[in-house]
Structures are given as structure tokens and as C-alpha cells.
Design a protein around this ligand. Structure first.
Ligand SMILES: Nc1ncnc2c1ncn2[C@@H]1O[C@H](COP(=O)(O)OP(=O)(O)OP(=O)(O)O)[C@@H](O)[C@H]1O
Ligand SMILES: [Mg+2]
Length: 339
């Protein structure tokens, strides 16, 4: 089929609003070199040369939206700690609007990656993933309701740290947005929480998450169709976008209407955060009034830009334009169930 002309869409992204609700995280990187083994235990000794803090989880989705000229508002939970302070500072610096709940009884989620000679040697997680208190959930719901009037598009970025609950999803489904209809709800799912996502608009699992939710493989000989059919049955969602790594993405506008959007051959440096780029770009394009296929093709270009960079990167409007001009046409294939 003919590739939609998405170049004009790129210019319409500026200033569009997206609300992101989910698990914000602080990504902490410790870089260094290892030259010897410790005398204390059979472990390497890292000589630290650099440390960096970056936005992770839902914060990375927000950062991707801002990089494309959009307005991102993020609602989530941090602790009353130094990491919460650092995280809030990073969000402000990135130009993300925040309305975060501070929970004295939790710590801010932080993932530390220790990297020696460009190789990750260990990851250290500091987090609380227990159920949030009633008071914190109530505060989250109030914030969501307060911003509903100005947002047509809501992204749920679920990393399983506790923000996404049945109460939150029920509240989102009951919202009325600026156009007097429910804002569109896009979910990047965490498999343990699948049952919370009933009746949402769009789900964006990767192949593994889709397979887990469906109870059957999304990468078997029949492709993603059988898994998608199960997910539609289980969730009653309106649309589904299964990301397939180097194979691109499969867009389902219903259980029977499926298309495969391919990627272009490129040098891949780091696929970290590609899923965040996909849902961020998709959401912003929809906020700009794009049709779903155009939004998905744009998201595929944006993800392609990001995987060619080191670290959880973002795509800019300029880079998107360049990528589209370079590959304006792609072979979008209709997927059909094998009889
Ligand atoms: N090797 C690759 N070459 C080109 N594009 C890629 C490659 N890997 C990923 N992508 C792009 O990124 C998108 C998302 O990738 P993927 O399915 O790996 O998501 P993900 O597993 O959620 O990523 P992550 O969890 O690391 O953020 C793909 O649909 C594709 O557009
Ligand atoms: Mg992902």
C-alpha cells in the first residue's frame, strides 16, 4: 500500500499536549574502568571516571515528547528524598511540566548501571513496588482529573512500580476531556498488569509483552496475528501496536485489520528506550490530529533515529524530517491470517 505522506505532520507537532501518567524513574550511570580484581573478593574494582543522571521510565516518554516540540505533563510518584529532588530537576531542565505526588513512605525509583569499558557489569535497583497508600492514590486521581480538561491524549507508562492501579485506570476511563469525550488512552503495558487495561484505546507492547499478555507467541510462524487476536479478546482494546524490534511494528486497527511497518537497515547502537520513543511519538502525532497509520509510521521513523544513537536518546523534528526525506516510501504490508 502507499505510504502516507507524513512530512506535513511533523510541522503540526509543535505545542500539542500529552498527559503522561506512570512510573517515573531516575536512571543513574556510573562509568569507569576496571584494571584489577579486588583483594577482598573475586570481583572487579571499578575506577570511576564519570557519573550521570537521566530520566527513565515515564520521564523518558515525556522527554521524547518535548524533543519533538510537544508539551508533556507528567503525573507520577516520587519519594521525599534526594533522588526525587534530582529527578524533579531533570524534568524541569528538560522542559517537562510536572504534577508529582511526593510520598514520604516510598523512595524514588533509581536504577544504577555500572559500566566498565562500555560494558555494563551490574545494575543496582533501589525502589519500592508495594501498593500505594489510599491517600497517595487519591492524590494521583485528583491530579489526573485536574488536568483532564486540557488533554485529549493520555499515555500510561507502566513500569510496574505501583502508580498504575485499577483505581487509576478506572479514573482514566471515566474522564471527560476538552472535546467532551474521553481522552484517548495509550498504554505501554507491564505484563503483570494486563487485566487493568480493559477498554483502553491503544496498547503498545513489544513482542515479548504481547506474547505474555496473549498467552501465545507474537513471533511464531503465523506472525503477530494470533497473539493480537487473543489480546483484543482479553482487553477489548480498540487498537494495538506491537513493536517488533528490527522487524518494525505491526499495527492492528482491529483484530482483522493488520499492517506491518518495516524498519530500514541501519547501524544500531542502543535499542534502550525505543519503546518510549514509539509511544511518545504516536501520542504526540495523535494529539496533532494524525490518523493512526500516519502516527505509527512517524513513530517508526523516530524509533529508528533513537536506536542509531548511544543511550536512551530522543529524535528531534529536524532528524525526523531528514529520516522521512531519506525514506519517504516503505513497503507496508497487509497481514492476513493463514486460513
Ligand atoms: N534493530 C533495529 N533496527 C531498526 N529499528 C529498530 C531496531 N530495534 C528497534 N527498532 C525500532 O524501535 C521500535 C521499538 O523497538 P522494540 O520492539 O525493541 O521496543 P521495546 O522492546 O519496547 O524497547 P525498549 O523496552 O528497549 O524501550 C521498533 O518498532 C522499531 O521501530
Ligand atoms: Mg518497552
Amino acid at each position: 500500500m502507499i505510504t502516507p505522506n507524513i512530512l506535513p505532520l511533523v510541522d503540526r507537532l509543535a505545542g500539542r499536549r500529552v498527559m503522561i501518567v506512570g512510573d517515573v524513574m531516575l536512571d543513574h550511570y556510573t562509568f569507569g574502568t576496571v584494571t584489577r580484581i579486588s583483594p577482598e573478593a573475586p570481583v572487579p574494582v571499578l575506577q570511576v571516571s564519570d557519573e550521570q543522571y537521566r530520566l527513565g521510565g515515564a520521564g523518558n516518554v515525556a522527554r521524547n515528547i518535548v524533543a519533538l516540540g510537544g508539551q508533556a505533563l507528567i503525573i507520577g510518584v516520587i519519594g521525599s528524598d534526594q533522588d526525587g529532588h534530582v529527578l524533579t530537576g531533570l524534568l524541569k531542565d528538560a522542559g517537562v511540566q510536572t504534577d508529582l505526588v511526593q510520598d514520604d513512605r516510598r523512595r524514588t525509583t533509581r536504577k544504577t548501571r555500572i559500566i566498565a569499558q562500555n560494558q555494563q557489569i551490574v545494575r543496582v535497583d533501589r525502589e519500592h513496588t508495594e501498593t500505594l497508600s489510599k491517600a497517595v492514590v487519591g492524590a494521583l486521581l485528583e491530579k489526573v482529573a485536574a488536568h483532564a480538561q486540557t488533554h485529549d491524549i493520555v499515555v500510561v507508562s507502566d513500569y510496574g512500580k505501583g502508580v498504575v492501579t485499577r483505581a487509576l485506570m478506572d479514573a482514566l476511563r471515566a474522564l471527560t476531556g476538552p472535546s467532551r469525550v474521553r481522552p484517548r488512552i495509550l498504554v505501554d503495558p507491564k505484563p503483570v498488569n494486563y487485566d487493568l487495561y480493559k477498554d483502553v484505546d491503544i496498547l503498545t507492547p513489544n513482542a515479548k509483552e504481547a506474547s505474555e499478555g496473549a498467552g501465545r507467541s507474537a513471533t511464531g510462524p503465523d506472525g503477530p496475528l494470533p497473539a493480537a487476536a487473543e489480546l483484543f479478546k482479553r482487553l477489548n482494546c480498540a487498537q494495538l501496536l506491537i513493536t517488533l524490534g528490527a522487524q518494525g511494528m505491526a499495527l492492528f486497527e482491529g483484530p482483522e485489520k493488520a499492517r506491518l511497518i518495516p524498519t530500514f537497515a541501519r547501524k544500531v547502537f542502543d535499542v534502550t528506550g525505543a519503546g518510549d520513543t514509539v509511544i511518545a511519538t504516536l501520542a504526540l502525532a495523535l494529539a496533532a490530529g494524525a490518523d493512526l497509520l500516519s502516527a505509527a509510521v512517524l513513530a517508526n521513523h523516530a524509533a529508528g533515529i533513537v536506536v542509531a544513537q548511544v543511550g536512551a536518546a530522543t529524535a528531534s523534528v529536524e532528524a525526523l524530517r531528514e529520516a522521512i526525506n531519506k525514506n519517504p516510501d516503505m513497503h507496508i504490508e497487509e497481514l492476513r491470517a493463514l486460513a
